[in-house]
Each structure stands twice: as structure tokens, then as C-alpha cells.
Design a protein around this ligand. Structure first.
Ligand code: ADP
Ligand code: MG
Length: 219
């Protein structure tokens, strides 16, 4: 396989590395993520999601016969089981939904990545009922899925598609500062939540950036 085509797809080994990289990146920023949650929520988000992702990475690494689908679905189950509270179920749904979309695909390409993000977003919205603008992780995931769809449509590689998605998630996460919350604990704060960036949306941006950095390195 040529170097150029490496980053056109994501093989199973890299799928497992993505989960590990996400776990590492979120762990490195867990205090900051919990601090965001403490202004409008109960201050546990960063630690919860970091722990969940570390468990996901462990379970993924222990898979006997991993396929990309199995990797993402295993991560989803691990996250769902490890975290109490809203976001464990929602992040679990994201990974499970993303994995399910891969079916038998053994080397996900750009369009598969776009499909994963769209399916993960749909699973989160099915469970949590949040719409864009509600100041949740959906405000990072929705623009990420949209950017990935556009990038894949332009014929960009998987690595470039993930980068576009990560950049869109970052802008989306920052945009939550100006929103008032309609879901989760933050909704009880109403207008007072304005000015604070949503914790879950920020985690999404951190996770996708970790994936993008890894995909770039593999290209
Ligand atoms: P908990 O609120 O149970 O303490 P966390 O603190 O781990 O859970 O996660 C809070 C994050 O969960 C919020 O920042 C927000 O992004 C996300 N969230 C909460 N409710 C919803 C929902 N209904 N849909 C999507 N995301 C949500
Ligand atoms: Mg919380």
C-alpha cells in the first residue's frame, strides 16, 4: 500500500488506536472539561467521560478478532456501562451508532467516516432529543457530521475528512457559549448558562481532534 493511500481509509488497527487516542486526549483535559460542567452542571463530565473512554480503550484492545464495526460498538457498550448520568448513555449511543453504520466495512473510507458521524449523531438525538441550538454535544456533532459529508463529497481522504469534522466540532463547541440550555442539568440555569461553553460539546471537539491528529500521522 502506498503512503498516499494509507490515509484514504482507516484500518482496524487504527480504529482501536483512535479510541485510545480519544481516551488519552480527554484524560489530559478532564479537569478543564469537568470545570466547564461545574459552572452549569454538577462538575463530573470530564472525569466521567475520561474514565469511560479509558475503559473503552481497554476493552477494544482486548478484542480477539476486531473489525472496525466491533471496535466502535465495543467502545459504545463500554462507555454506556461505565458512566452514570446522561452523557454516558449519549456518548455510548454515539459510538454504537457509528459502529453499526460500518457493518462489514473493513477499511472505512471518507464516505464511511461521514456515515459514522451521521449515524452517531442520529443515535444521540434519538436518545436525547436535543436539536442544534440546545447547548449540548449535538452542537458539536451536527456541524462535524455536516462537514464530513461535504468533505467526503469533495473527494477528500478519510484523514482530511476527519480533520474537517474536528474543525467544525471545535467551532460548534465554541458556539454553545452564546446558547441557553434546554436539556441536561444546565437547563435549570436558563439564561445564566449563557457565556459558558457546553462540556459535552467540548469533549466531542477534543475527541475528534485526537482522531484527526492520529489519522494525519498515519497518512
Ligand atoms: P450529567 O449531566 O448526567 O452529569 P455529564 O456531566 O457527563 O452528564 O454530561 C453533560 C453533557 O451532556 C452536557 O454538557 C451536554 O453536552 C450533554 N447532554 C445533556 N443532555 C443531553 C441531551 N438530551 N442530548 C444531548 N446531549 C446532552
Ligand atoms: Mg455532569
Amino acid at each position: 500500500m502506498s503512503e498516499a493511500s494509507m490515509s484514504d481509509t482507516i484500518d482496524v488497527q487504527q480504529s482501536a488506536q483512535i479510541i485510545a487516542a480519544m481516551a488519552q486526549a480527554v484524560t489530559a483535559r478532564q479537569d478543564e472539561l469537568s470545570a466547564l460542567d461545574s459552572t452549569v452542571g454538577d462538575g463530573d463530565h470530564g472525569h466521567n467521560i475520561a474514565k469511560a473512554l479509558r475503559q473503552a480503550a481497554q476493552q477494544v484492545a482486548a478484542l480477539d478478532d476486531p473489525t472496525p464495526e466491533a471496535v466502535w460498538r465495543t467502545a459504545g457498550k463500554a462507555v454506556q456501562n461505565s458512566v452514570g448520568g446522561a452523557s454516558g448513555l449519549l456518548f455510548g449511543a454515539f459510538f454504537t451508532g457509528a459502529g453499526r453504520s460500518l457493518k462489514e466495512t473493513d477499511r472505512p473510507a471518507a464516505l464511511d467516516v461521514a456515515e459514522m458521524l451521521a449515524a452517531g449523531l442520529a443515535a444521540v438525538q434519538k436518545r436525547g432529543k436535543a436539536q442544534p441550538g440546545d447547548k449540548t454535544m449535538v452542537d458539536a456533532l451536527a456541524p462535524a457530521a455536516e462537514a464530513a459529508q461535504a468533505a467526503a463529497g469533495e473527494g477528500l481522504s478519510a484523514a482530511e475528512t476527519v480533520r474537517r469534522a474536528a474543525d467544525a466540532a471545535q467551532i460548534g463547541a465554541e458556539s454553545t457559549r452564546e446558547m441557553t440550555a434546554r436539556h441536561g442539568r444546565a437547563k435549570f440555569l436558563g439564561e445564566r448558562a449563557r457565556g459558558y461553553q457546553d462540556a459535552g460539546a467540548t469533549s466531542v471537539a477534543v475527541m475528534l481532534a485526537a482522531w484527526a491528529d492520529l489519522a494525519k500521522g498515519a497518512g
